[in-house]
Design a protein around this ligand. Structure first.
Ligand SMILES: Nc1ncnc2c1ncn2[C@@H]1O[C@H](COP(=O)(O)OP(=O)(O)OP(=O)(O)O)[C@@H](O)[C@H]1O
Ligand SMILES: [Mg+2]
Length: 383
């Protein structure tokens, strides 16, 4: 929404406390409102700190681990406590991870019933080296990108998505049973209705997300590549909303044979089209190309970075707040121009970043407000 003045209020993580989380027995860290650096050798526990912070915003581990894997070896449970302020109001988020039971979450000491109630309290964007390969990774990774973003922006999305996934599971189970009990075939109608109800909503939200993201993404991309290329990111839906019902019915026969549902948003993707501008190439080959299939590694990484930066900007516009940035060892993966783009964003918001060394950051005259040295599950503040 260009032109509309936006009120950016402060959201600041004050502290993090861990108990029996990953390789930490007990940890307490106080963060600066600016840029915080965690540095240390490999396998010391840098990413574990970001993972714990991220859990307080996204409920699930960004590494896709199960709760039991986050609990320190040989321990039964783990605790994460995050203290933050939002518009000067203090919040405390307590997460209690258990081995064989769902996690318990409390906001300001009051337990919440659904994990999704946590969404929207604090917005974070985590950026790790794997994100730089999102363009060449599988569609599942790009769907996850949309879903994680939508969950943080709108807590009702998690509800819709969970119901879609449950209905899909039920329908797939039924497709397997139909081969032995053909009389069950008629009950497919019930699940088709559920799929259409929730699936259409998922599709609608994803489409709107990509429509909001695309113009920001285009600007960032063209700035990084100096205007020599034009790009477009779009919602690459598996099926058009208007044809959803018809396509589900049409594919019923083959779904029964394959024993899986072939049509719907669980097969969605994000598409990227790239076009060179003002070059001979563009005159002879003006047709946009699919970046996922034909892009060079550099083009794909630039697009991935632009997508991440666009995500931050969109979140800022939608919530009126700068999301907190968690950067896991990404600066060393980027060249100078791309680093510069990222540093501009970092300078505007609270950031926690990790690095194995500091040389690279110091060369960039990069301002670090607080440094922590991480050694084997112990962290000391460096003055
Ligand atoms: N559940 C767990 N219990 C105890 N230790 C764990 C657990 N899960 C992971 N670890 C340990 O945590 C360490 C890895 O931590 P982390 O991924 O934060 O490292 P890092 O400092 O980010 O390293 P790198 O620079 O290689 O990314 C490893 O030593 C691993 O054995
Ligand atoms: Mg790491």
């Amino acid at each position: 929404m260009p032109g509309i003045p936006l009120l950016l209020t402060d959201m600041i993580i004050k502290s993090l406390e861990l108990k029996n989380f990953r390789n930490y027995d007990i940890l307490k860290l106080s963060f600066d409102a600016g840029t915080n650096l965690l540095y240390g050798d490999n396998a010391q526990g840098k990413t574990n700190v970001l993972e714990a912070l991220y859990l307080s915003a996204a409920v699930r581990s960004h590494r896709g681990n199960k709760d039991r894997e986050l609990i320190r070896f040989r321990e039964g449970e783990a605790h994460i406590k995050v203290e933050l302020t939002k518009r000067d109001i203090p919040y405390r988020i307590d997460i209690h991870l258990k081995k064989d039971r769902p996690k318990g979450i409390a906001i300001n000491g009051v337990p919440i019933r659904r994990a999704s109630e946590l969404f929207g309290i604090v917005n974070m964007v985590l950026f790790s080296p794997e994100d730089l390969s999102i363009i060449k990774n599988s569609p599942a990774d790009r769907r996850r990108f949309m879903d994680v973003e939508l969950c943080q922006l709108d807590s009702s999305y998690a509800y819709v998505l969970t119901h879609y996934e449950k209905s899909l599971k039920q329908r797939n189970r039924l497709l397997k049973e139909i081969q032995f009990h053909s009389e069950l075939r008629d009950t497919l109608d019930v699940w088709d209705e559920q799929l259409i109800k929730y699936g259409s909503e998922v599709m609608d939200r994803r489409r709107r997300l990509m429509e909001g993201l695309n113009p920001i993404f285009q600007n960032i991309y063209s700035e990084i590549c100096g205007g020599s290329e034009e790009i477009e990111a779009f919602y690459d839906a598996n099926v058009e909303a208007d044809h959803y019902r018809r396509m589900l019915l049409k594919s019923r026969e083959s779904d029964c044979n394959q024993k899986t549902t072939s049509v719907g948003p669980h097969r969605d993707d994000i598409g990227f089209l790239l076009k060179k501008v003002g070059s001979e190439y563009s005159e002879t080959c003006s047709k946009p190309m699919d970046l996922r299939t034909y892009g060079s590694q550099g083009q794909q990484r630039t697009a991935a970075l632009s997508l991440k930066l666009a995500e931050i900007e969109l979140m800022k516009r939608m919530t009126g707040e700068n999301p907190i940035l968690l950067l896991d060892d990404v600066l060393s993966e980027l060249d100078t121009e791309r680093q510069r783009q990222l540093l501009t964003v970092i300078s505007k918001t609270q950031t926690v970043l990790t690095s194995t060394g500091m040389e690279n950051l110091l060369q960039q005259n990069f301002k670090i407000d607080k440094k922590f040295r991480v050694v084997d599950g112990r962290i000391s503040t460096v003055i």
